[in-house]
Ligand binder design. Structure first.
Ligand code: ADP
Ligand code: MG
Length: 603
């Protein structure tokens, strides 16, 4: 029988390879840009027509190619970037597979013009559907220009498969944006159908990020930076109230290559904990650098996936760095005024998630609460207005009877610690940047929650012995639940002895529980524990910690002394996540001086 196997003709092989390397105009642009950057270009222009379907062209001022190399470059597996198997172990260039030009040449009409520094005249190569149609000397600038016309003209299946102009253009714009973020030292120009969409001059990384996201949005970002021996991270993350509805504004670069990595994305997401609403995604631009030996970029022809030697370490690193950055930057959603234009926008409460008790309207401008307008008017020095720093003292001096009826909540006992309790519910205090309002109940909840988790972790209960042990009669169900939870309850600080007949002897209680309410707290704790049991994700200890924190915390309506308020706030800011309670409700709202100024028409 005759042999059936034969080697594919190169044009067919290239067409097949093209299917993986070049799926759409954007992927062709990406490959061309990688080549320009690998050739050390300092200035790159991208031109597209009809979303790249009619024309896509990349012009660079990089090293260029010799006459010989220019022809060679279109062959399959032609590359100048690696030569030995060892090279594959530490890739430092964006390209290395030697298949981009071959693939593009197989499915389009390509014109390449290139010249190196040493040559007087350059080279022109025309390739069409894998056929080299023309190779001549041609005058051109130093660098390389690749013009790709009628992409997929000979693979109609592929061409029909393309999405709308708008979508394809957006994909290309995304590619250019990513590259521009990752290579700020390069100047970029991006032209679509004759319209210049992007002009970027060489800049620092920070300035480039500002250029791309816009000045206003840039203010919503904070820097993330950390270097270890094995790995470094540098970038920007969005404040929790600067959320996106999708993942398109998540830029992850590994050794300057844009990558898609679910684990790392998840690590960032996880770091925001409850700070994000369901369906919201944080903005980030993160550059990771690792030794190329420790990462494999040869996973897929598109080179967007990578395999890390130690992904779980990287996950933990990213998680902790982002988490720390959020905590260190005092990231409370800044309250935005509810202006007419933004009336339809989600308010601070929505941005937080849960059904938070504090909506901006509750604090600002509702008559009968703080009549801020009136107060300020009364104290205005003609032509001067009220210095915002004197805001708090002004409130107490002039309207104590109306605004703060409780004696206990009147004074700021320490220099610089102006603090008041409002309606026995919120704590108002002056801070450097403006004012801060804390929900006393959820603040205390957060503190207790973390304390309980710590005692679980260290197995160090902090308990107070009762002088007169109490008996608590429980329902049979609660009694057996309490017995089941006994070891955990003890870690929490309870000292309980089953006394028979559904009765528990309470001999000690957690240090945070007020003497006199020991029976009540045990009962409430068990009730809350049951309520939470429907949440499948909560384990018993987490449930117990949350239930206890909720029930032992001061309530709305509890009057606090100034000392208690100060201690509460100090402890709050020692927690890892001061801005959200364990259920995801907001704890703190800030109003910046800027916002107040805006509100009073001082800007
Ligand atoms: P790879 O980038 O994986 O090496 P390509 O098919 O993309 O494969 O390119 C083949 C070769 O052509 C490159 O290795 C490089 O030597 C050369 N080349 C391609 N584009 C450029 C460019 N813009 N400037 C200089 N050389 C280029
Ligand atoms: Mg390449």
């Amino acid at each position: 029988m005759a042999a059936k196997i034969h080697i594919l003709r190169s044009d067919l092989a290239n067409k097949i390879a093209a299917g993986e390397v070049v799926q759409r105009p954007a992927s062709a642009v990406k490959e061309l840009l990688e080549n320009s950057l690998d050739a050390s270009a300092r200035s790159i222009t991208v031109i597209i027509q009809d979303a790249g379907k009619v024309l896509l062209q990349v012009v660079d001022d990089g090293e260029g190619m010799s006459h010989e190399d220019a022809v060679q470059a279109f062959k399959r597996h032609a590359t100048s970037k690696i030569s030995t198997p060892e090279d594959l172990e530490h890739i430092t260039t964006l390209g290395f597979r030697g298949e981009a030009l071959a693939s593009i040449g197989a499915v389009a009409q390509v014109e390449l013009k290139t010249r190196t520094d040493g040559e007087e005249v350059g080279t022109l190569v025309r390739v069409e559907g894998d056929d080299v149609k023309e190779v001549t000397r041609a005058a051109c600038e130093k660098g390389t220009s690749v013009a790709v016309r009628n992409l997929f003209y000979n693979t109609p299946g592929r061409r029909n498969f393309l999405k709308s102009q708008q979508t394809e253009r957006k994909n290309t714009t995304d590619v250019v944006t990513r590259m521009a973020l990752s290579f700020p030292e390069v100047s970029w120009q991006y032209v679509s159908d004759g319209e210049t969409l992007l002009t970027l001059t060489p800049a620092s990384f920070e300035d480039r990020v500002r250029d791309i996201v816009g000045k206003k949005q840039f203010e919503q970002l904070v820097r993330v930076k950390e270097t270890t021996e094995y790995l470094s991270i540098d970038g920007f993350i969005g404040r929790p109230d600067f959320v996106r509805r999708n993942r398109t504004e998540q830029f992850l670069f590994l050794n300057r290559r844009f990558i898609v990595n679910r684990a790392i994305n998840h690590a960032v997401f996880q770091a925001y904990e409850h700070l994000l609403v369901k369906g919201a995604f944080p903005f980030f631009v993160l550059n990771l650098s690792v030794d190329p030996h420790n990462v494999d970029v040869n996973v897929h022809p598109s080179k967007m996936e990578v395999k890390f030697e130690n992904e779980s370490n990287i996950y933990r690193f990213v998680l902790s760095v982002v988490k720390r950055t959020l905590a260190a930057n005092d990231l409370v959603p800044n309250m935005e005024m509810v202006s007419r234009e933004s009336a339809g926008m989600p308010d601070a409460r929505l941005r937080f998630g849960g059904s938070g008790p504090v909506a901006p309207q509750d604090v600002m401008g509702i008559p009968g609460q703080f009549d801020l307008d009136q107060l300020f008017r009364r104290n205005r020095v003609p032509g001067e207005g009220v210095a915002v720093d004197s805001f708090a003292p002004v409130l107490q001096r002039d309207r104590p009877d109306r605004v703060f009826p409780q004696e206990t909540s009147l004074n700021a006992p320490h220099e610089g610690r102006a603090i008041w309790q409002v309606h026995n519910k919120y704590i108002l205090s002056q801070i450097k940047t403006g004012i801060m309002i804390v929900d006393q109940h959820v603040a205390h909840e957060r503190i207790l929650y973390e304390r309980v988790l710590a005692s679980f972790e260290n197995n160090l209960p902090s308990s107070q012995q009762l002088l007169f042990p109490q008996t608590a009669e429980l329902t049979p169900g609660d009694y057996s639940l309490a017995k089941d939870l006994l070891p955990h309850l003890e870690t929490l600080g309870f000292v309980l002895k089953p006394f028979g007949k559904n009765t528990m002897m309470i001999e000690g209680i957690p240090a945070d529980v007020r003497i006199g309410s020991e029976r009540k707290i045990l009962q409430e704790l068990l009730d809350e524990f049951r309520n939470n049991e429907h949440h499948a994700t909560m384990d018993a200890r987490d449930n117990l910690a949350k239930s206890f924190a909720c029930k032992a915390a001061v309530k709305a309506g509890d009057r606090l002394t100034a000392q208690e308020m100060i201690s509460l706030i100090d402890q709050l800011f020692l927690t890892t996540m001061p801005y959200v309670c364990p259920h995801g409700r907001p704890v703190v709202i800030k109003i910046s001086i800027d916002e107040l100024d805006k509100r009073f028409g001082r800007t």
